[in-house]
Design a protein around this ligand. Structure first.
Ligand code: ADP
Ligand code: MG
Length: 330
């Protein structure tokens, strides 16, 4: 058997079985966006993400400055999904010998400005020679234990909510790859190059106890919904016509796909928050959306596990998607 047959998530599933922990201070190990370690009333949050040239980015479409910002931003998004506060980070880099020093200095300028945005501090890292650029950040954060949100808390009858609009970043990437910059599509490209992690929103949802479970959408709505459902032991239905689409997405999608929802359902890198909440929280969620000026849309319902994940089309017909989205090794 090789990795193609089990895919990224099949591999993580096995790793999780190989390495189990009985440490009583470990509130959450493998299986969520962030590992959570109890420290009195507070919890230490730890997350890590890898970016590899040719897999996650290409130097022909992203410069060193936005790359530095993005490398840190994607980690902020994982802390956001727990409702936590990012604090410190380490960065390990693998770099080719012929890389100009100016590339590295611009990359670090990007890192520094992104770090400033959420007042986090660089505390160390590691450096190595490598054929391609490899970037790995480990971000530490904190949160109040009783406020934190996990993937595992969704209950049958909860509603499913999502912040922002979906599919913009994936469509922006497609435009970058296929056509370069197109006038009028700058917003979509920006969503891909400069994601805006929802740290403040995540914290507010957690602090006001508005949700039962939360995850950030990094791999695509369907795949990340399926992770939340799996950890919670439930199913769900998503209403296609409720999925929030931006105006530029609606304008450009037809040039790239016959299915108007393709990138919104299966495209990655939205870095929006997906969460579940009982109906009585709807008013609190609406008023939070208004006060933070961030759209939050109810896109579906949590169902019993046996229902799986299915999508209801505008015409009322429903289907279970065969492919959820991007997965490494597949
Ligand atoms: P995210 O998309 O939020 O970054 P992932 O799908 O990458 O989350 O990871 C899911 C879970 O699996 C996390 O708890 C992560 O720490 C863990 N994980 C991923 N890769 C490995 C690995 N190689 N070894 C151990 N744990 C891993
Ligand atoms: Mg995540």
């Amino acid at each position: 058997m090789d990795l193609r047959q089990i895919g990224e998530f099949g591999l993580i599933h096995r790793i999780r079985k190989w390495i189990t922990s009985s440490d009583p201070a470990l509130v959450q190990g493998i299986g969520d966006d962030v590992a959570v370690i109890e420290m009195g009333a507070k919890a230490l949050l730890v997350t890590t993400d890898i970016l590899i040239e040719g897999i996650h980015f290409d130097r022909s479409w992203i410069g060193p400055y936005p790359l530095g910002r993005k490398a840190l931003a994607v980690n902020f998004s994982d802390i956001a999904s727990m409702g936590g506060t990012p604090k410190y980070f380490l960065i390990s880099i693998g770099l080719p010998k012929d890389l100009p020093l100016s590339f590295v200095s611009s990359f670090y300028r990007g890192l520094k400005n992104e770090a400033k945005r959420f007042q986090v501090t660089l505390i160390g890292g590691d450096t190595s020679h490598s054929q391609k650029i490899v970037i790995n950040i480990c971000l530490l954060g904190e949160g109040r234990k009783r406020d934190l949100l996990f993937r595992r808390g969704a209950r049958v009858g909860d509603a499913l909510f999502v912040s922002g609009t979906l599919g913009d970043a994936a469509l922006g990437l497609k435009i970058l790859q296929k056509k370069g910059k197109i006038k009028g599509a700058e917003g979509l490209i920006k969503k891909h190059l400069s994601p805006c992690p929802r740290v403040g929103l995540g914290q507010a949802i957690a602090k006001h106890h508005l949700a039962t479970a939360m995850i950030d959408i990094s791999d695509g709505l369907l795949i990340d919904t399926s992770h939340l459902l799996e950890e919670s032991g439930v199913g769900a239905q998503v209403r296609e016509d409720r999925i929030p689409l931006s105006r530029p997405y609606r304008k450009w999608i037809h040039s790239f796909s016959k299915d108007p929802f393709q990138f919104a359902l299966s495209g990655g890198e939205d870095y929006e928050l997906l969460f579940t909440a009982p109906s009585e929280m709807s008013e609190g969620i609406s008023s939070l959306a208004r006060s933070l000026k961030i759209p939050i849309t109810r896109i579906g319902e949590i169902l019993p596990k046996k229902e799986g994940l299915h999508i209801i089309r505008k015409d009322g017909k429903d289907y279970s998607p065969s492919r959820l989205g991007f997965e490494h090794f597949r």
